[in-house]
Design a protein around this ligand. Structure first.
Ligand code: SAM
Length: 238
């Protein structure tokens, strides 16, 4: 029997600090200060569904690229890793525009909570936008999934930038103001900005440009001066 179509069911939703796609790290584990919560839905929230899962340090999370899925897919994509001007096959990439729009991330499992409100899985290092629909969760198996001899083609090593982060006096005062609600905020902003979220193909023509990104309900504005991310302000204004 062959199956040409199959309907997937969403089993949960992730709540992450990333309120829009811009500035989200391009793979999991790059921004460890990002904590997110997977809220399981309906029958999938029964504690039986996660029995034994807490024994694992990491999980595979499969999800839908719901913000780009309507855009379909093309055989060739331009991986940002290659500066955006080299084309690779969609199946040689981790692009969001792909057949079926399925994403997969290995995330560190911090905690599982089950109570009368349902079941929540707390994870670290996600690269998923807030509200992403989750379609499956599986334990990460080091004996099989970690392959020290594997090679990574055009993305063989962890992306490196030389960027450092400096908070203006105003931003430092705002960090202190938001610290009770977001204790890891400075670390989160630093780790996100060190990934250099600016579009690769435009970096050279965008000197002195002020960028903005949203984390939680905060708007962060910064400029890149030389190799320094200069955080100008952190406000609740969006
Ligand atoms: N680790 C996953 C994978 O390999 O399948 C995702 C890799 S993909 C290159 C990561 C990017 O997907 C993020 O930087 C963000 O811009 C984008 N993204 C995250 N959640 C998304 C969503 N729900 N819909 C569309 N794009 C999303």
């Amino acid at each position: 029997m062959t199956i040409a179509h199959h309907t997937l069911e969403v089993i949960g939703t992730i709540h992450s600090p990333y309120r829009q796609k811009f500035a989200i790290p391009r793979q999991p584990g790059l921004v460890t200060a990002a904590t997110a919560t997977i809220e399981l839905h309906g029958a999938y929230a029964h504690p039986d569904c996660v029995r034994g899962l807490a024994e694992f340090s990491h999980i595979w999370v499969l999800f839908l690229f719901h913000q780009t899925i309507a855009g379909g897919w093309k055989p060739l994509v331009r991986p940002p890793r290659l500066g955006g001007d080299v084309k690779k096959g969609v199946f040689a990439s981790r692009a969001t525009y792909r057949p079926n729009g399925i994403g997969m991330s290995v995330l560190q499992l911090k905690q599982i909570e089950s109570d009368s409100d349902g079941t929540r899985i707390i994870v670290q290092g996600a690269d998923l936008v807030d509200g992403t629909p989750i379609i499956d969760i599986k334990p990460y198996l080091p004996y099989s999934d970690a392959l020290p001899m594997a090679t990574g083609g055009y993305a063989d090593s962890r992306p490196q930038t030389e960027l450092t982060t400096r908070f203006s006096d105003v931003a430092q005062a705002q960090l202190a103001q938001f610290a009770p609600a977001y204790p890891q905020l400075a670390e989160l902003i630093d780790q996100v900005l060190r990934q250099d979220p600016r579009p690769a193909y435009k970096r050279s023509d965008l000197k002195n440009k002020t960028y903005g990104m949203n984390l939680f309900d905060l708007n962060i504005k910064w400029q890149v001066i030389g190799t320094e991310n200069h955080v100008i302000s952190i406000t609740k204004d969006f």
